[in-house]
Design a protein around this ligand. Structure first.
Ligand code: ST9
Length: 643
């Protein structure tokens, strides 16, 4: 048995008791998977996650991949290879592979539930195994000829990478200097050095397909001048997949990291000794938009990884708190003969545990709610395809080029690059919350989970220290939290003209209205209602700051000082709302007959956590709103020397 403990009960609660995933299964686009099948899949994935996937988690941290600079190769730990092979052979990745490539169309809420368990057990396995999701991209936006590559990636189990970052172009992708030079035969040669490239070298696949942003000679500056190229590690025969010459995309370093060591983070040098040959994806210069399809998917993945680790950390802390005996109950603290009690008796430990539970279950609720919005997009597009008379089999033939729904893994398809439907805009709005808030709160609360262990938590005897090291990356990669905050306000609220935010607000208000007569949740309802008002006021204040920048451009700094605060506050609002929604469902179940003892505890936990969050966290939003409204530029006027 490995370190990992899943929370399948809560996953199933979200899917089948709250989000209505069950009703979408077995019909429409998901005829191949009914609710029983889905439950069976989840159960099997849990067995794999807690067993063979988790098994190599510690070993591959203590004995990480080894890079040989003489051969530019990486040797993965044997234990990890074994876990990876188990996951590949189980073939659950086919649920996020397009039917046209041999996959099975599954609702995104089911796919992200599976992802949660795999990512919690051993995140690097899921990340190395992203080839199928990348294959979807080339299948959908590649030329008919290029689509052969997607099929080869699936059939040959090739790996894949997203290649954006350069030593001097991190958040600012548009500063990238890698060049693309067109060849007479229609191919391109890439030249430059890329950094922080996940999974760019390993010995678990015969070939690795890099998705590389580079600037064609003569193209303009910034992100809009970048194009997306498919650059393989080895050249290959497009019909048989037989490998040819080693291409000039070479890993020249593997980073030594704080955590997530099993995942290789590479420097990739293109075209230094031999040309790095590639193909322009779809033969269109639309690189940043194409790459953002991958980025959005990856941002959802990072948020899922983050809370999954928190969930495992919380459950470990909970186990410890129920068995660790230390000190007397606080009410008998002065009685030196009083019996010592398990630490879960102590108020401050309870406070810590309940906050961890709130964020672990709240972030899961948020990610799976977002995934359910993606389900709705999938269903709507299936219905559109049906009414348009197209084959609804999700084959690429029925998909217009460029037709990929953001953050949905390439499965649902839409004809316009811009988000159009309200659900698409809601999904876009939610992604930076899932990623930004998910990573920040998970890291913060994993610190609290470690705290429950006292000094023992600092030891490698328990998994917390590794969870924290492995988790820290989540607020950094795929766009830092600052980037998520800016994306959230400037793009997802202002540029969206508030449509996504309005949809979220309507959903929250809808719940509040529907439970207005439920006296038992009065306190929670009022707290969520107040939080909704506070967030609305924050947005209004920031819009006013933005507007006033027309008169004094420095007022834009005031907005910049608040974007992360708004993101985090919106996250708390969404979590408070979803915990209340859970509590409402739980009340209904508890009022019914035949609730088992374990379900009774589970539902009572839902009531407790909603109450705790509403009374101890949501009131903080009032203070944050006041901070937003009172923001001035004082901090921007401080000289650098005074810091
Ligand atoms: C990294 C690797 O960190 C981490 C490894 C993770 C694990 C890897 C495993 C892979 C898993 C995933 C596989 C799945 C693949 C398959 C998926 C299937 C679907 N939404 O505002 P502008 C676009 S990698 C959508 O002017 P600037 C849009 O086209 C490193 N699109 O930006 C826009 O044009 P328009 C990760 C967006 O000022 C255009 O960009 N690095 C969005 O030029 C320009 O927009 C980062 O994440 C959006 N939210 O550039 C970079 N935003 O406006 C972080 C922009 O006309 N930096 N576009 O629509 C940023 O995000 C910056 O804000 C910036 C700024 C680069 C966008």
């Amino acid at each position: 048995m490995g370190h990992y403990k899943s929370n399948l009960r809560d996953i199933e609660f979200n899917l089948f008791e709250v989000l209505g995933t069950g009703e979408r299964l077995g019909v429409g686009p998901f005829t191949e998977i009914d609710a029983d099948t889905a439950r069976g899949i989840l159960s099997e994935v849990r067995t794999l996650a807690e067993g063979p996937l988790a098994e190599s988690y510690v070993d591959s941290d203590r004995n990480p991949p080894v890079f040989d600079p003489a051969t530019n190769t990486v040797t993965m730990p044997e234990s990890f290879k074994k876990s990876y092979a188990v996951w590949q052979d189980a073939e659950w990745w086919r649920l996020e592979t397009l039917p046209s490539l041999g996959g099975t169309l599954a609702p995104r809420s089911l796919v992200w539930s599976i992802a949660e368990m795999a990512l919690g057990a051993n995140p690097a396995i899921w990340m190395f195994n992203c080839g199928p999701a990348f294959a979807n991209i080339v299948d959908q936006v590649g030329t008919p000829e290029q689509r052969k590559i997607g099929q080869l990636m699936i059939d040959k189990r090739w790996g894949a990478t997203m290649v954006l970052t350069e030593p001097d172009a991190g958040s600012d992708v548009g500063a990238g200097r890698s060049k693309a030079i067109k060849q007479d035969d229609g191919t391109w040669h890439i030249e430059g050095v890329k950094r922080f490239i996940t999974s760019a070298e390993h010995d678990m696949a015969d070939n690795i397909i890099h998705y590389v942003l580079a600037r064609p000679e003569g193209a303009g500056p910034g992100t809009k001048g970048l194009s997306l190229f498919i650059v393989p590690k080895y050249d290959f025969d497009w019909d048989t997949g037989e490998l040819g010459a080693r291409n000039g995309a070479v890993v020249t370093n593997v980073e030594h990291k704080m955590g997530l060591k099993a995942s290789t983070t590479c420097e990739v040098t293109f075209g230094e000794r031999t040309p790095a040959k590639g193909w322009l994806l779809g033969e269109v210069h639309d690189g940043i938009a194409q790459m953002f399809k991958i980025i959005e998917h990856a941002r959802m993945m990072v948020g899922t990884k983050a809370y999954s680790e928190l969930s495992a950390g919380y459950l470990a802390a909970l186990d410890y708190a129920k068995t660790r005996v230390q000190s007397a109950d606080l009410t008998r603290a002065n009685d030196k003969t009083a019996p010592r009690v398990t630490i879960i008796h102590h108020p401050d430990v309870r406070r810590q545990l309940m906050l961890q539970k709130a964020y672990a279950e709240g972030l899961r609720a948020l990610a799976l709610y977002t995934a359910s919005v993606q389900d709705r997009i999938q269903v709507a597009e299936y219905q559109q395809a049906l009414s348009a008379g197209a084959s609804p089999d999700s084959s690429a033939d029925s998909v217009p080029a460029g037709g990929l729904a953001d953050g949905t893994g390439g499965q649902p398809q839409r004809s316009s690059r811009q988000a159009t439907s309200t659900d698409e805009r809601l999904n876009d709005l939610l992604l930076p919350i899932v990623k930004g808030v998910g990573s920040e709160r998970s890291y913060e609360q994993l610190g609290q989970a470690l705290q429950v262990f006292g000094g023992s938590g600092f030891l490698q005897d328990y998994p917390l220290e590794q969870y924290i090291r492995d988790n820290k990356i989540d607020s950094l990669y795929e766009g830092t939290t600052a980037i998520q905050g800016q994306d959230f306000f400037f793009r997802k609220i202002v540029r969206d003209k508030g449509v996504g935010l309005g949809a979220l607000s309507t959903e929250i208000q809808g719940l509040l209205d529907s439970i207005a007569g439920e006296g038992r949740l009065k306190v929670e309802r009022e707290a969520v209602g107040q939080a909704l008002t506070e967030v609305g006021s924050m947005v209004a204040a920031m819009i006013a700051q933005l507007t006033s920048a027309q008169d004094d451009i420095r007022n834009l700094y005031k907005v910049g000082l608040n974007t992360t605060r708004l993101l985090m506050s919106c996250g708390d609002l969404a979590i408070g709302w979803l915990l209340l929604r859970h509590a409402h469902v739980a009340l209904g179940k508890l009022d019914g007959n035949g609730v088992s003892a374990s379900d009774k505890s589970f539902y009572e936990g839902k009531l407790a956590v909603a109450r705790f969050f509403a009374t101890t966290v949501l009131p903080e939003l009032t203070a944050r709103r006041k901070v937003v409204e009172a923001t001035d530029n004082a901090i921007m006027d401080v000289s650098e020397d005074a810091f």
